[in-house]
Design a protein around this ligand. Structure first.
Ligand SMILES: N[C@@H](CCC(=O)N[C@@H](CS)C(=O)NCC(=O)O)C(=O)O
Length: 207
């Protein structure tokens, strides 16, 4: 009997968007093949990859039948359907999505941008003053999370969901982008709760 092919994750290890998918796959105990693409060298813009994801971005998850999924939020929604990581209740699901939309607007492209440019200064040369707006907007997002977590263990319904994974990905490593996280004690406690979850995987690790 032939075993069904494993899904394939196209990834760049430094990417927090890919990390959301890596962490969820680990916690769901789903075996998969890992394919690294160097986004700095433009490997996501190669013709063969654009056929899989016309946006030319990682993460991209290729399912065992060849179907490709893009966008970290969509991939997490797909993988977590029917599991403890995505509530069944209509309002709770909307709350999860609310946080994941917030992440895409206020964290990805903001904290992630500052972090990437600090780590790879030659890839996209950036003037020091360009970091100012990202630091301001990123700190607003961190402060909003800090206030929300003052009376809660997790973002939605007091349970660990893909909302936590989505928001954790770039916030826990925001210091890499020049953010001072010392004024966010609730965030630190939430990071620790996430890091204590079964099958937790750090951002710089491939399973
Ligand atoms: N909204 C997308 C963003 C994906 C994204 O920005 N991917 C970046 C790396 S984190 C990428 O592939 N960049 C390569 C490029 O733009 O050439 C998601 O959440 O997955």
């Amino acid at each position: 009997m032939t075993m069904p092919a494993k899904p394939i994750l196209y990834d760049f290890l430094y990417s927090g968007n890919s990390y959301k998918v890596r962490l969820l796959l680990s916690q769901l105990d789903i075996a998969y093949e890992y394919r690294a693409l160097d986004i700095i060298a433009g490997e996501t813009k190669q013709a063969w990859f654009l056929k899989k994801n016309p946006a030319g971005e990682i993460p991209t998850l290729e399912l065992s039948d060849g179907t490709c999924l893009r966008e970290s939020t969509a991939i997490m929604m797909y993988l977590s359907e029917g599991t403890a990581f995505l509530p069944a209740d209509k309002l709770s699901r909307a709350r999860v999505l609310e946080w994941l939309c917030f992440e895409q607007t206020n964290v990805d492209g903001v904290i992630s941008r500052a972090r990437f440019r600090r780590a790879f200064p030659k890839a996209i040369p950036t003037r020091e003053e360009e970091f100012g707006p990202w630091l301001r907007q990123g700190n607003q997002a961190l402060a909003l999370l800090e206030a929300h977590l003052a009376s809660r263990s997790f973002l939605v319904d007091e349970r660990y969901t893909i909302a936590d994974i989505g928001l954790y990905a770039y916030t826990h490593c925001a210091a890499d982008g020049g953010f001072d996280l010392s004024g966010y004690p609730n965030l630190h406690q939430w990071f620790a709760r996430i890091e204590a979850q079964p099958k937790y995987l750090p951002i710089d690790r491939i399973p």
